[in-house]
Design a protein. Structure first.
Length: 206
């Protein structure tokens, strides 16, 4: 059984898209929380959530999905498809990419593919995503951020190959970047949630 399944906080399974869509629009996930960069921009974040979403993916997002299993396997992680909410708020949630055993429990694993780029670590947006995942899953001992740098290769069946082996960075909860991001995004998350509730239930216009 998944390390996250035993937490008994599953909202949906992203492998069942209908199930996932049924709850996704009423919660704040890590992709949305990653955008929370300014406390004064709550109205903007609410508008972004309420506006219809038309992005259906592109070549790089599809490539990232294709490479995710290999990146997880490279660090000994099991894939995850469960949409899990925070212990004290069922409208704060995250679907992490995977989990792996750790000395005192389990770690969460987030994968990223970088196309035609060499990077040394996550962007500020990606740090905020990671901080949100750790906030929603406090049982995790730490997070591992795993990335693969892809370059085009016509000889590859998928058109891309890894420039070098997958790279990994470990983030504990007290890592300065994670602590700072958590302090920023959680209050914004509460403000956004309150505004969303007002907009959708009390018909307060946005």
């Amino acid at each position: 059984m998944s390390a996250l399944a035993v937490l008994d906080r599953t909202l949906a399974d992203s492998a069942d898209r209908e199930s996932w869509l049924g709850v996704h629009d009423r919660v704040i996930g890590s992709s949305t929380a990653g955008k929370f960069a300014k406390p004064g921009s709550v109205e903007t974040y609410v508008r972004q959530i309420l506006e219809p979403r038309t992005f259906a993916g592109n070549e790089t997002t599809r490539s990232g999905h294709d490479w995710e299993p290999a990146l997880l396997a490279a660090v000994g992680a099991e894939p995850n498809s469960l949409f899990v909410h925070a212990p004290d708020n069922d409208r704060f949630a995250a679907t992490i990419d995977g989990t792996k055993p750790a000395a005192d429990g389990f770690a969460i694993v987030e994968t990223k593919t970088k196309h035609e780029k060499v990077v040394a670590g996550p962007t500020p947006y990606e740090v905020r995503q990671l901080a949100w995942q750790l906030y929603c899953i406090p049982e995790a001992t730490h997070a591992e951020w795993v990335w693969g740098e892809l370059v085009r290769d016509p000889a590859s069946p998928v058109g891309w190959r890894l420039r070098r082996p997958p790279q990994t960075l470990l983030f504990t909860r007290d890592h300065p970047a994670i602590a700072s991001a958590t302090e920023l995004i959680v209050p914004i998350g509460h403000a956004v949630l309150a505004a969303l509730t007002a907009a959708t239930l009390m018909k307060v216009p946005f």
